[in-house]
Design a protein around this ligand. Structure first.
Ligand SMILES: *Cc1c(COP(=O)(O)O)cnc(C)c1O
Length: 486
């Protein structure tokens, strides 16, 4: 038995107990590998019974517990009741599936327990290498810098802070925006931009009202002439436009803004161009899709996630900034305990903590580094390509089925469709009921969104395990439930 009660002076097992811990460790590893290997035999998702939920009301444990018993609890009470994004039938949101390689790399990182805020250590070098790889992939210059973050929400916030400091000078960091007697800052994104962009402006103290939401064309792309007009109107009204945020892969339908035209306009207007490429940016790995992203190489900054299309386990977002000096100017900070030295542990500056708000931070880069090298960029690009082909397969089935209709064009891997009904009100109710019933069936997990006010069944195909049979199972379930629920 491995428990916290072992007669050891520290938190490691006593010398004689390491072998028991190893056996337990191997059982845990086997169980979680079994989960991935046999994921198809499980429901995509199931609601947790009240009795299971009640078990998580217990108070703080004071006495030691038994590791094997806790492992059993994990298997019985936690693992079956997760969201299910590892499952090939999960299509509800843009979530990656995870891989065995990512799991193993995460285990190594946890064991090493490196704090990658800085200092003279190779884990920092791994993250720098990752940043150089991303600069290479996205056609950024050698002056670029990059930082692992929790996700694109955090990366977009960091980008707003870098752009703010670039627009207002480093004094803004000490003075704050309110104390600067200057015109108010304004930023621009498509009406279909992710909600975290308005939140980033809110958190940065610029205010979400400073975000101008620009109209989209029928394919969900920002209208560049409307953008130019909004910038001109704000200038005329005495505002200070500072940032355009383009979207590469919109959350609702996967639309890609006209990035090259945004880059032209940003250059003309001398504005910071940031691109939210949360999942879409990595389409650059797929030769067939990469041309859709032309212009991305001209951005001042780019945010994206490894935990979505690259299948790296959560959490793993990234911010790439064209000019490292700009990124440092927004975050670098003097502190005695962060003093740098020519040699020893405090050498090898600048550090990741100079590039973002986190000081203590885990070794997120390692799982990305393992993923890119084990599978190779080409193979990962094929996975991305396949999800887009599956989306076309799904769109094809929708078009070929009279009971169904497509609600948005399919640019990448997201399909929005619905079951037809006698009128709009019935369609809303029916499609909402279908989505809940499909989720409860455990067969597939789509979500809903609104497209021009119409409730859509949304299938985002992100998981490397998803095959055409999974897409067919979704369509069949929607049709079956559509008949019974009508
Ligand atoms: C997922 C997503 C985000 C948010 O990213 P997180 O990693 O969840 O923080 C932002 N923008 C778009 C377009 C997204 O798809």
């Amino acid at each position: 038995m491995v428990s916290g009660r072992d007669a050891s002076p520290d938190l490691d097992p006593a010398p004689d107990d390491w072998s028991a811990l190893r056996q337990q460790a191997h059982r845990m590893l086997d169980d979680i590998l079994d989960y991935q290997q046999h994921i198809r035999s499980r429901p995509v998702w199931q609601a947790a019974p009240d009795a299971v939920r009640a078990r998580f009301q217990e108070g703080l444990p004071h006495a030691p517990g038994d590791l094997a018993a806790l492992h059993a609890r994990f298997m019985d009470e936690i693992l079956p009741y997760a969201v299910g994004n590892a499952h090939p039938g999960f299509m509800g949101w843009v979530h990656g599936g995870g891989t065995p390689v990512g799991l193993l790399a995460e285990m190594l990182a946890a064991g090493l327990n490196a704090n990658v805020g800085g200092r003279n250590q190779i884990p920092v070098e791994v993250e720098r290498q990752l940043a150089r790889w991303m600069a290479e992939l996205f056609g950024f210059p050698d002056t670029a810098s990059g930082l692992c973050l929790t996700g694109t929400s955090a990366a977009n916030l960091h980008a707003v802070l870098v752009a703010r400091t670039a627009a207002r000078g480093p004094e803004v960091r000490a003075q704050g925006l309110a104390a600067q007697v200057l015109p108010p800052l304004t930023a621009y994104a498509s009406a279909g931009a992710h909600g975290c962009i308005a939140r980033a402006l809110d958190i940065a103290g610029i205010g979400s009202d400073a975000l101008r939401r620009i109209a989209m064309d029928s394919a969900g792309r920002m209208q560049v002439d409307a953008l130019a007009r909004a910038i001109a109107a704000d200038r005329a009204a005495g505002c200070q436009p500072f940032m355009i945020i383009g979207t590469a892969g919109s959350v609702d339908i996967g639309a890609i803004d006209p990035l090259a035209q945004l880059a032209d306009l940003a250059a003309r207007e001398q504005l910071w161009l940031h691109i939210d490429g949360a999942f879409g940016a990595l389409a650059r790995l797929a030769p067939r899709l990469a041309p859709q992203l032309v212009g991305i190489e001209r951005a001042d900054s780019l945010a994206f996630d490894f935990h979505k299309w690259l299948q790296v386990p959560y959490d793993a977002g990234f911010l790439l900034v064209r000019d490292a000096a700009r990124q440092r100017a927004a975050f670098e900070q003097p502190a005695t305990y962060l003093a740098r030295a020519e040699a020893g542990l405090a050498a090898d500056s600048p550090w990741p903590c100079d590039l973002g708000m986190e000081l203590s931070r885990g070794f997120r880069a390692l799982k990305v580094w393992f993923t890119l090298q084990t599978y190779g960029a080409a193979r990962l690009g094929e996975v991305i390509d396949t999800t887009c082909r599956l989306a076309q397969h799904l769109a094809g089935r929708v078009r070929a089925t009279p009971e169904l209709e497509l609600l948005a064009p399919v640019a990448l891997n997201i399909v929005c469709f619905r079951h037809r009904a006698v009128d709009e009100a019935t369609a809303q109710r029916l499609n909402q009921a279908i989505v809940i019933a499909v989720q409860n069936s455990g067969i597939a997990a789509p979500s809903t969104t609104l497209i021009d006010g119409r409730l859509a069944i949304r299938a985002a195909i992100v998981n490397h395990r998803t095959r055409s049979q999974d897409v067919d199972a979704l369509v069949d379930a929607v049709l079956r439930l559509g008949t019974t629920l009508q």
